[in-house]
Design a protein around this ligand. Structure first.
Ligand SMILES: Cc1ncc(COP(=O)(O)O)c(C=O)c1O
Ligand SMILES: N[C@@H](CCCC[NH3+])C(=O)O
Length: 434
């Protein structure tokens, strides 16, 4: 089981039932209901460790936008990762999780005054400045608090990573950061020099997400080191820190072949050291910022099969009890996730099915071409792989579906880390007229 996109401890028992963390998924469905996010704790911790080992001497920050819930943040914190947040809500979650503020990095292309001020109040480690307005705002807020904001400038390095258009961030025409080719980065560092309460200590560049191959990451590192060298030579500005962002692709289906973290680390660090040698730079204090690669593969979503609609000569629709409200990725990015029957092995001859959710949208797909046993039936359980990243964190209540629960499994133990939403939760913020 583990060779595919499934969590580390996933295995089938003698009857063909799927287990994760030593617990049968059918038992989890009985106890906790469906849809259910099942997180393999061993897998999640292992990925944190693999990342740290793959980038020796480099700080690893978890991009919490991938899955920002207290238990997940506590796990990655225990594993020694920094936590990157992009909003007051993510910051609050990290603080509630008990993450030391100095180990938090605040991102965002449009941080509010309240968010910036809160970051200064609690003393987050670094604020990643995205715009000229933000430099000015930070100067005013930090002066009022009689403090100094330690910041990285977010640079848009002009690197076009070949990934889905919606998740590219390093190309020139991007809403994020100071565009290097248009001279905005140079203007930003010049502006920052005039500020008394903002100290630029480093640079940041993130080129996009779900990227396969090492070349775009290497190119990003080279561009950023060239910039550090040029600013040293032209402006006498020496910056000691460099955050190279996240974006490493993961395996969602058997057809995906991502690079191993160790190879990615080797390639980037080799390029960094080579460039530093050529430019006569000391290796800056490096940070990388993965989200998806930490949590994505650790989790599967468990659904129950409801309606099955056979359209002879066309296709077979298999409907499950969740859909785009708990995983928007297929609808938004045409993303594909492996699907498997979870409660039994099923008939030998697979058929091609279209697994869909229960929402009022034809685009409410779980997987367009899912190979499932021909005898898939109402009441069966389906497991959908690699749903730890950008599913719960992008979940909604569309069609007023309560959001699912999440459980953490390890060595036969089960802990609820997010309770299932109730119908009362759904109306809790409504203010009725009568
Ligand atoms: C600034 C920044 N850092 C890190 C990440 C994490 O990306 P990924 O989940 O692809 O590793 C993102 C999301 O793309 C991001 O915008
Ligand atoms: N939500 C996207 C990734 C966004 C990356 C955030 N900057 C996905 O599921 O692929």
């Amino acid at each position: 089981m583990t060779a595919g996109p499934w969590p580390l401890t996933a295995e089938r028992d003698a009857d063909g039932g799927l287990h994760v963390g030593g617990v049968a998924l059918s038992e989890l469905a009985r106890e906790h209901g469906t849809p259910l996010w099942v997180v393999d704790e061993a897998d999640l911790r292992e990925r944190c460790r693999t990342y740290r080992a793959g980038f020796p001497g480099v700080e690893v920050a978890y991009a919490s936008k991938a899955w920002c819930t207290t238990a997940v943040l506590q796990l990655v914190d225990e594993e020694g990762l920094l936590v990157d947040v992009v909003s007051g809500g993510e910051l609050h979650t990290a603080l509630v999780a008990g993450v030391d503020p100095s180990r938090i990095v605040l991102h965002g292309n449009n941080k509010s005054l309240v968010e910036l001020d809160r970051a200064l109040e609690v003393g987050v480690g670094r604020i990643v400045v995205d715009s000229f307005e933000e430099l000015d705002r930070l100067e005013r807020l930090a002066a009022a608090r009689d403090t100094i904001a330690s910041v990285w400038l977010r640079i848009t390095p002009g690197i076009d990573a070949h990934t889905h258009e919606y998740v590219r961030t390093g190309h020139d025409d991007s809403k994020f950061g100071f565009t290097l080719s248009l001279g905005l980065a140079d203007r930003a560092v010049a502006r920052a020099r005039d500020l008394e309460h903002v100290e630029v200590v480093g640079l940041h560049a993130h080129i996009g997400s779900q990227i396969f191959g090492t070349d775009p990451f290497v190119a990003n590192a080279e561009v950023m080191l060239d910039l550090l060298a040029r600013w040293r030579d032209e402006l006498g500005v020496t910056l000691a820190e460099l955050n190279l962002g996240g974006g490493m692709g993961i395996r969602y289906t058997h057809e995906d072949h991502p690079v191993e973290v160790a190879r990615y680390g080797e390639a980037v660090l080799h390029a960094v050291d080579e460039r530093c040698r050529r430019r006569g730079l000391e290796r800056p204090r490096l940070v990388v910022e993965p989200g998806r690669a930490i949590v994505g593969p650790s989790t599967l979503t468990l659904y129950e099969v409801g309606t099955i609609k056979v359209l002879p000569g066309l296709r077979t629709y298999v409907s499950v009890d969740g859909g785009m409200s708990d995983n928007i990725r297929p609808a938004l990015y045409d993303a594909e996730h492996e699907v498997a029957l979870a409660n039994r092995l099923g008939a030998d001859d697979p058929i091609s099915t279209t697994v869909v959710g229960k929402h009022c949208e034809s685009g409410d797909l779980v997987r367009e071409h899912a190979s499932l046993p021909a005898d898939v039936a109402v009441g069966d359980l389906l497991a959908v792989a690699a749903t730890g990243a950008y599913t719960e964190s992008m979940a909604s209540n569309y069609n007023r579906l309560p959001r699912p629960a999440a459980v953490l499994v390890r060595d036969g133990q089960v802990r609820t880390i997010i309770r299932r939403e109730t119908l009362d939760d759904l109306v809790a913020r409504d203010v009725p007229l009568r």
